[in-house]
Design a protein around this ligand. Sequence first.
Ligand code: ADP
Length: 448
Amino acid sequence: MFHKILIANRGEIAVRIIRACKELGIRSVAVYSEADKNAMHARLADESICIGPAPAGQSYLNIAAIMAAAELTDAEAIHPGYGFLAENASFAEIVGESGLTWIGPSPESMRIMGDKVSAKQKMQTAGVPLVPGSDGAVDNIEDARRIAKEAGFPVIIKASAGGGGRGMKVVHSEASLPNAFSMCQSEAGAAFGNNTVFIEKYLEEPRHIEVQVLGDKHGNIVHLFERECSMQRHNQKVLEEAPSAFVDEETRAAICAAGVAAAKAVDYVGAGTIEFLMNPDKSFYFIEMNTRIQVEHPVTEWITGVDLIEWQIRVAAGEQLAFSQNDIKMKGHAIECRINAEHPFKFTPSPGTVELFHAPGGRSVRVDSFLYTGYSIPPYYDSMVAKIITHARDRKKCIRRMQRAIDELVILGVTTNQELHQRLLANPGFQNAEFNIHFLERWLTQMH
Ligand code: ADP
């Protein structure tokens, strides 16, 4: 096992990883920007090193500074968390070439899955169902027109190198296709340095269902069931749950098997997530694989009892998974609410000083956060400041527990989306699990 791990991240996920290190008896090294010298992760880690100025480009994305910090502290492995450099295959390669261990999949797996066109091609050969559309890249308007007509409008044009909900355009008619196609190409080129785009049928009422997988370096790969993340705004998830209330046993077996096949196709090591869209008739299609730990991993940890961060570290150190597929059982229901420092309905960011922070507690409530009373939330990074996770025997009880947990939460001094969660949890559509990926945005529009 490693003696020391450097965590190339900040916020709640850095705190989460430091906690796992402590429980495993591993020393932790935090890196922080000048804006984060009072940040929780910098305080909790055994050692902390400043890696540069506030803008992420000069600190949390600064590979040279992070590698220097690792060398200086004699760290043996690097955990990238999520966001920042977590899906940067070149960084993973540099870490490996420097004689350190990358806590994640191989750079090869990351490269294949990081490019949506190559990912879809790989999935096709693995027999994983794909959204109908172009088989690969589309580079001219004639092909775009033919493929869109075959798939039927509306279609979605996506940048192969896109991510985080960026680089996508929905097209409703043939007339608007040429313009959207060339705009998507040039925007992709400008944003990702790669103007490759492809076309998919735009599914109108799908739910977002994703499968958690875990692989070791000995060829073992298991799934840890599904999560549903249909509550989204601008492609950003707001509330997640496990299991999905929409997925029956038969569909669960099929989608989880597809997740394992996807991971096997790239010899996946570590924790990963295969994202699918599921139609009302329960047919499902691969959209992408995230080759990292995800924000919503705690709901899976709670229904399965598997500590995903611990296992990321263990498999990176070469350990074999200590359980097989049949050992992994699902118990009860878990929900996660993402608490963001932003206006609950206008979504304008609200950085500033936290005058009072009081976390909810009690039975089966987990809070992953980096807030404390007196902390100043810097304006440079993500607005998510806490995750509240609850677990209960069934979904109805879990919702009740989350309602009382959200009511207990006190964050004064900055505006948060607490009220959005209160209203959403009380909404009959949410309570009856009658929703799709458009539910939240449609509901917000009606509100105004
Ligand atoms: P990103 O890598 O930017 O997250 P994804 O391919 O995962 O992009 O898609 C993000 C979101 O966009 C999905 O969760 C879904 O809400 C929507 N989306 C993507 N593809 C389709 C599609 N073919 N039909 C309908 N919605 C889609």
